[in-house]
Ligand binder design. Structure first.
Ligand code: PRP
Ligand code: URA
Length: 227
């Protein structure tokens, strides 16, 4: 008889703020196990990042605003919906790049604004190295895309950049989040909802998520170690 998700992977969902959404969809759970597996090669890993991003992104976009439009079907005239929000996708380089195509499939008219942040391995603090945002916000709803929410330093820095830019509605879309990262982001930015595929147990002493999947950028791009 199939049972609940094995507990070692799961952080304690008790006490999560209502702005934090952790998916329990069986399709996501199945794909996550493959994504975590150390034997999964970069090609398959990229496919899984794309597929899980689609599913989490679908949930994150559930409250995007639409307006009514007339539609003529072969049978009669009816009323349909057209996306009213201008959506901005903000992938955090590098690892967030793998989430963009899935989100563009969902929202083909979205704008994509790249933000380059890497985490200093020694201090675990984010370092900004690329930012091509125009002077003022050009979208109504920003989705920050990053597979990993670890200490929350990168996500918090990205949210601060977007708020300075003038973004008002911001959501964070992750694949795997650590409790430490969720606490840091919700403390600094309680207005920013977090959507993730999994809430993991904890960080290790090097700031890696346990059980996690290792380094999401390296695993997508075949550039190094597993964690
Ligand atoms: C990873 C990940 C996040 C960040 C999360 O990026 O993609 O951006 O670490 O860690 P944090 O929550 O502690 O800030 P990394 O710095 O490894 O860069 P990369 O995507 O270029 O590999
Ligand atoms: N960044 C990653 O890619 N993986 C982790 O576990 C933590 C930060």
């Amino acid at each position: 008889m199939p049972g609940p998700v094995p507990s070692p992977a799961v952080g304690d969902p008790g006490g999560l703020p209502p702005t934090v959404h952790v998916s329990h969809h069986p399709a996501i759970l199945h794909k996550l196990a493959l994504l975590r597996d150390v034997r999964t090669e970069p090609k398959k890993f990229r496919e899984l990042v794309r597929e899980i991003s689609w599913l989490v992104g679908y949930e994150a976009l559930a409250d995007a605003r639409v307006h009514e439009v007339p539609v003529q079907t072969p049978m009669e005239e009816t009323v349909g919906a057209e996306l009213a929000d201008r959506i901005g996708l903000v992938p955090i380089l590098r690892a967030g790049l793998g989430m963009v195509d899935a989100m563009l499939e969902l929202m083909p008219t979205a704008q994509v604004w790249h933000l380059g942040l890497f985490r200093d391995e020694r201090t675990l603090r984010p370092v900004e190295y690329y930012n091509k945002l125009p002077d003022s916000a050009t979208v109504d709803l920003c989705l920050i895309l990053d597979p990993m929410l670890a200490t929350g330093g990168s996500a918090t820095a990205a949210i601060e950049v977007l708020k300075r830019w003038g973004a008002v509605r911001i959501k964070l879309v992750n694949l795997i989040a650590a409790p430490e990262g969720i606490r840091a982001v919700t403390a600094a930015h309680p207005d920013v909802p977090i959507h993730c595929a999994a809430l993991d147990r904890q960080l290790n002493e090097r700031g890696y998520i346990l059980p996690g999947l290792g380094d999401a950028g390296d695993r997508q791009f075949g550039t190094g170690r597993a964690g």
